[in-house]
Design a protein around this ligand. Structure first.
Ligand code: FAD
Ligand code: NA7
Length: 462
């Protein structure tokens, strides 16, 4: 059995990995030494909100891309830890779309309960990971940021859990250099009130574009124009938000679009996605991928094909998040513990190719949901993660897609049943579109049950 395991990152994926090992130890397993390196001063990954943008107090790139007023963009029931339910954490059922602070509290609540903090070296950035063929071990060089102490340690396994929604993809368009306003990436958005009274141009047609457009308008932007590259999101947007084809150029404040129309804008927000960026991993071990459901060279979506003692967690585009990370972490753990054996390279390669070929054929989000659920279930069936109703989460995700089509400002006013306890969530006391306060205390303050729900909180037309 391995004697030392390095885990890089203490976000939801890294915490899942530490927790998985603790669970095995509780059941009597002989667990190797665990060392988790986290460059931030606290845990939670992206969920650890910071007011900072650009670089942090040590000159490191700021990791978190989350902003104030961020509410879960999918039903919490689809990410519920099967071994630590929302009811376990909050002591009662809570609504299906919690704000960031409540989800941060939930993620870190489980980590605190299993006491994984003792394994984490905070404010410690991993600088380089390489593999020593002769010794058959990894060399991991880290820097402790507060005193700049740099050292190299040897590990038998490395688990990369450093996330992939932090380093912006920033395309340039003609006229950006002369634009007389602010051009920023969604990674740097912190407070939508910055845009109150302004005319926004949002580039992109995925989750960030959708959410930043909505909340900018919610907090008082004069107008939001969303420009899409491939296809519009096509929701029925509230008054003041519209979708137009791709930006061609900007001339002064005037944005010109592919359909020949123009809009004058004050701010441009690039909601153009992120890069999988691992500058600290040597070439032969480094994952290179775009944001897809089944990245290349990762067997089971986890193990580096050329050296499966290197694992990557959470590298997929994500419908499923915390439960997928758990499934991956449990599986990676069991490989480390010698409970799961991987097939020969050729077989792994064929398996990856089959999944990727299937992904290429997926027609729509509903098929993508099933694809990711199938991936997760394939992992779950081989590990001792507690059972939960995966079919219910598939159905919930599909219903959520329909709810978004019915009302993009109202989908968060819906409630779902827990796949772990079966309990139906209560509804939040305020419709999301009217709720300006995203604090956990307000969120938890007056959660009425679904049967107490009044018409005032029902999804309304824009
Ligand atoms: P991260 O959360 O990114 O954590 C990675 C950790 O690794 C960080 O703590 C980072 O500091 C650390 N790290 C990075 N590099 C190094 C290094 N070199 N050395 C040491 N440590 C390092 N998911 C949902 O389920 N619901 C949502 O509503 C939702 N909203 C989102 C909104 C935004 C704006 C974004 C960007 C993502 C959202 N997500 C959401 C998806 C999100 O990816 C996951 O919820 C989750 O945070 C991923 O966890 P992770 O641990 O894999 O990565
Ligand atoms: P995504 O989901 O990776 O989406 C990126 C979007 O950016 C997508 O719509 C792309 O258009 C668009 N894009 C990329 N490059 C360009 C250029 N050059 N011009 C115009 N548009 C472009 O990233 P998100 O930030 O939305 O979501 C990431 C996570 O954050 C997600 O998990 C959420 O939970 C929150 P395309 O459709 O490819 O044409």
């Amino acid at each position: 059995m391995a004697s030392r395991v390095a885990i890089i990152g203490a976000g939801p994926s890294g915490l899942a990995q530490l927790h998985a090992f603790c669970e095995a130890r509780k059941k009597g397993a002989d667990v190797p030494e665990l060392v988790c390196f986290e460059k931030q001063s606290d845990w939670g990954g992206l969920w650890n909100y910071t007011w900072r943008t650009g670089t942090d107090e040590y000159g490191e790139l700021v990791h978190s891309s989350m902003y104030r007023y961020l509410w879960s963009n999918g039903p919490k029931e689809c990410l519920e830890f099967a071994d630590y339910t929302f009811e376990d954490h909050f002591g009662r059922p809570i609504p299906s779309f919690p704000p960031r602070e409540a989800l941060f509290d939930y993620i870190t609540g489980r980590a605190a309960k299993s006491d994984v903090r003792r394994f984490i070296q905070f404010s410690t950035a991993v600088r380089w990971v390489s593999f020593e063929e002769e010794r058959g071990t990894f060399r991991v060089t880290v820097e402790r940021l507060n005193d700049r102490d740099t050292r190299t340690e040897e590990f038998d396994h490395v688990i990369v859990a450093s996330g992939h929604f932090s380093v912006p993809n920033t395309p340039a368009y003609d006229g950006f250099r002369q634009f007389p306003g602010r051009i920023m990436h969604s990674h740097d958005v912190r407070d939508a009130q910055e845009f109150t009274g302004k005319r926004l141009l949002v580039l992109g047609s995925s989750y960030s574009a959708e959410d930043i457009a909505l909340q900018s308008r919610k907090y008082g932007a004069e107008s939001v124009t969303i420009s899409y590259r491939t296809a519009p999101m096509g929701f029925e947007w509230p008054d003041g938000i519209e979708e137009v084809p791709l930006l061609r150029e900007v001339d002064g404040r005037t944005a010109h679009f592919a359909d020949g129309t123009t809009r004058d804008v004050d701010v441009i927000v690039l909601c153009t996605g992120y890069q999988h960026y691992f500058p600290y991993i040597e070439d032969s071990l480094r994952l290179r991928t775009t944001n897809v459901l089944y990245p290349p060279n990762l067997y089971k979506g986890v193990f580096w094909l050329d050296n499966p003692r290197l694992a990557y967690l959470g590298m997929q585009d994500q419908y499923y998040t915390f439960t997928l990370f758990d499934a991956e972490a449990w599986y990676a753990r069991d490989h480390v513990l010698g409970r799961i054996f991987l097939p020969p390279r050729e077989e792994m390669e064929e398996d990856i190719a089959a999944w990727r070929a299937r992904e290429a054929e997926l027609a729509d989000p509903l098929e993508q949901i099933d694809f990711q659920a199938d991936h997760m279930e394939e992992l779950l069936k081989e590990v001792d993660y507690p059972a939960f109703d995966v079919q219910l989460t598939r159905d919930a995700f599909k219903a959520w897609e329909h709810h978004k089509e019915e009302s993009i400002i109202g989908y968060r006013d819906r409630a779902f049943a827990s796949p772990c306890t079966g309990t139906m969530a209560p509804l939040h006391h305020e419709a999301w579109w009217d709720e300006m306060d995203d604090s956990m205390s307000t969120f938890l303050g007056d959660g009425r049950r679904r049967d107490e729900f009044s018409a005032s909180a029902a999804p309304r037309p824009a």
